[in-house]
Design a protein around this ligand. Structure first.
Ligand SMILES: Cc1ncc(COP(=O)(O)O)c(C=O)c1O
Length: 389
């Protein structure tokens, strides 16, 4: 094999040859229901024909062009994105990956304020590299919100007192994917953190790379909280598998930024091809009512998972919002045991996610998932869990 596997994940099947909506198909024609949407990046499912047509049309026009030139689809995509982000009047930049979008957002806030620290919730993955790739570094203050919630801390007051808000440049909030565990922090805590940061002239940066594009039943996960973002980083679902990401910037931040001599230039920013895909993803999501479907199918999935949880005592907790669902097991299931369940599900034709360190199995399917597909997966999981007894 010449491919360097750096992902940390074992390769199960290197001969996947086709995608078809919620299914991936291997070289033998075996179908696997993809409850991970690739790497949580396919709101429209695999091999979407409207996206394929858009790509073909754009390929035949203009894929990439220099910084001094543009294609109309770039501005059209920006307009559509700023509208769903509720940042009309602001600006946006199209980039190539979620990590780049988050990292770029931090470059912006660092440029318009000189406060030293960034604030985030602990164990939240923000990026593969850079400042946002290491939230344990001195740049960051991270909040152990789960212990704070358990202890309640007089309505968070004592807890908030310990945070040096006057030194916080931005609150970088990832609204609930929580490194693939679907753990949503309490709304009230987030509202209080955000308002304290704003009171001290800090900025609110939202990492919507996973929670964006309908994953939680709304365009963006931050809409489940009572906060107003200054910058929004999104990726993954925006390109439905094509590597395009974006940062939406409020009018206020864009104005401040434009007063500095900030520059950022990478070869593929605002490429017409990525922008054509992003614009079409947004259009299809509207045409096909995928936000509504995410909510409806998400409730159906969560309900089915709750029923499994009633039946199998090893299930400790079921969590979910929209089509971002997780099932946590108790300590009687070891990390190896969870990996075995995962493998058995795969062999039975179901791709789901696991996070062994958190004893958690997760389900983030395309928003096009059908009820019968959910039933099939739940039935297979039920049989496998029965064997665990
Ligand atoms: C919340 C969050 N932010 C950022 C990223 C990084 O995105 P990418 O892998 O596209 O660089 C991820 C990736 O999983 C993520 O889940």
């Amino acid at each position: 094999m010449n491919i360097l596997n750096t992902s940390g994940y074992e390769m199960y099947q290197s001969n996947m040859t086709k995608g078809d909506d919620c299914f991936v198909i291997d070289h033998n024609g075996k179908k696997y229901l993809d409850f991970e949407s690739g790497v949580w990046a396919l709101p429209l499912g695999h091999n979407n024909q409207r996206i394929n047509t858009t790509i073909t049309n754009q390929l035949n026009q203009l894929v990439h062009v220099g910084y001094r030139y543009s294609h109309p689809v770039v501005e059209e995509a920006a307009k559509a994105l700023m509208q769903i982000m509720n940042l009309e009047g602001g600006k946006c930049l199209f980039l190539s990956s979620g990590s780049e979008a988050v990292e770029f957002s931090l470059k912006i806030v660092k440029r318009i304020t000189d406060k030293p620290y960034l604030l985030s919730l602990d164990k939240h993955y923000l990026s593969a590299y850079g400042v946002s790739g290491d939230t344990t570094s001195d740049n960051w203050i991270t909040i152990d919100w789960q212990s704070c919630v358990t202890e309640k801390h007089n309505n968070y007051e004592t807890f908030l007192e310990d945070i040096p808000f006057d030194k916080i440049c931005a609150f970088v909030f990832e609204p609930g994917n929580a490194s693939g565990t679907a753990k949503l922090p309490p709304t009230e805590l987030i509202t209080r953190l955000a308002s304290k940061v704003k009171e001290h002239n800090g900025w609110i940066v939202i990492d919507e790379v996973t929670t964006g594009m309908g994953r939680t039943g709304k365009w963006f996960g931050y809409e489940n909280f009572d906060i107003k973002p200054d910058l929004i980083a999104c990726g993954k679902g925006l390109g439905n598998g094509y590597p395009v990401s974006a940062v939406g910037i409020s009018e206020e931040v864009a104005t401040l930024l434009e007063q500095t001599n900030f520059t950022y230039a990478q070869s593929h920013q605002n490429d017409p091809l990525g922008c054509a895909v992003a614009k079409e993803v947004i259009t299809i999501m509207k045409d096909d009512f995928l936000l509504e479907k995410s909510l409806e199918k998400g409730m159906y999935l969560k309900d089915a998972m709750m029923k499994l949880s009633d039946k199998h005592k090893i299930v400790k907790e079921v969590r979910g919002i929209g089509l971002m669902c997780a099932m946590e097991f108790d300590d009687s299931i070891s990390a190896t045991g969870l990996c075995d369940i995962h493998r058995k599900l795969f062999d039975a034709g179901f791709i789901v996610g696991i996070k062994p360190a958190a004893n958690t199995m997760r389900f983030y399917p395309p928003l096009t998932i059908e009820k019968y597909m959910i039933d099939d997966m739940i039935r297979a999981l039920d049989i496998i869990l029965l064997e665990e007894k």
